[in-house]
Design a protein around this ligand. Structure first.
Ligand SMILES: [Fe+2]
Ligand SMILES: [Fe+2]
Length: 289
């Protein structure tokens, strides 16, 4: 990226301040004393698996032109570290509540060694064919053919981070578990910074790009965008999460519209309604089921 492009994000400050999620004041002992709905448990598993999957998403990103940009690679280095600890936080929470499927190896003193849930994660990656399929080829080809591929990836990342943090807000609305509220609020603080980075990058890159690039990014999103976790989770699982968090009352739909409104402020994406579109499709499939 040339020096003349203003990226409205203080990367220096982010990098210096980046640290592991601070959960020191979370009252883990109180976790089993409050109830979770089945839907809450579903969301927690989904969120844990997808946070833990971030490193694989990073591998895909590094196979593209994004790897050539030192600002982006510095951000991604800290970002992926923070996301690891988000996955561990969800894992800790579920274990404190009494859920660990499959049961995992423990140390002789009963502690759980890090990374937690290695069998679950390994099984998920095995199912996805991570490491022995040609899934990287389309990404690499796209990057070779499309000079502004980074703009697309930064835009996609902004939508991912925004929908992630909004989903955590929605789970706070949905669940009555006070310790989960506390934990989610901490995670949201990190997700806000992640969103700010991607959005600033997307804005800067798309505002200086030729109009055909903005049109292409818009068209690619319209044709290929799916919610965070699609591809790792089945459509049925993605729908279940979306409907549980956003599909049960008017405020849920408003939250989805607010996300679309925020995405619409990115240059070239005015009027796009990917998220509400997905909510409607999920409702449609649910009615048909
Ligand atoms: Fe995260
Ligand atoms: Fe994030």
């Amino acid at each position: 990226m040339s020096n003349s492009t203003v990226v409205d994000f203080d990367l220096d400050r982010y990098l210096r301040a980046s640290r592991r999620l601070d959960l020191t004041h979370i009252d883990w002992d109180a976790v089993p004393s409050h109830g979770l709905e089945d839907g809450d448990v579903m969301c927690l598993h989904y969120m844990m698996d997808i946070e833990t999957h971030t490193v694989i998403y990073l591998r895909d990103l590094l196979a593209t032109r994004a790897a050539g940009d030192p600002h982006i690679t510095a951000f991604l280095s800290c970002w992926v570290y923070e996301e690891l600890w988000h996955g561990e936080a969800f894992s800790d929470f579920l274990r404190a509540y009494g859920i660990e499927v499959p049961a995992e190896h423990k140390l002789p003193d009963g502690r759980t060694p890090l990374p937690t849930r290695p069998s679950r994660t390994a099984r998920l990656r095995e199912q996805l064919g991570v490491g022995h399929k040609l899934s990287l080829i389309p990404t690499m080809l796209g990057s070779m053919l499309f000079r502004d591929f980074i703009a697309l990836h930064m835009t996609w990342g902004a939508i991912n981070e925004l929908s992630t943090l909004t989903a955590y807000h929605a789970l706070i609305r949905r669940t009555e578990h006070p310790v989960l509220h506390q934990m989610l609020r901490r995670v949201i603080q990190d997700e806000r910074r992640h969103f700010a980075f991607y959005r600033a990058q997307a804005r800067a890159r798309l505002s200086r790009a030729p109009r055909r690039t903005r049109r292409l990014v818009r068209r690619i999103l319209e044709s290929f965008w799916t919610p965070v976790g699609a591809g790792v989770k089945s459509e049925r699982e993605v729908d279940a999460l979306v409907l549980y968090l956003f599909g049960y009352d008017e405020r849920g739909r408003e939250m989805v519209r607010e996300m679309d409104g925020t995405v619409s402020e990115i240059p070239g994406l005015g009027g796009l309604s990917l998220l509400e579109g997905y909510l409607d499709e999920a409702l449609e499939r649910d009615r048909g089921a």
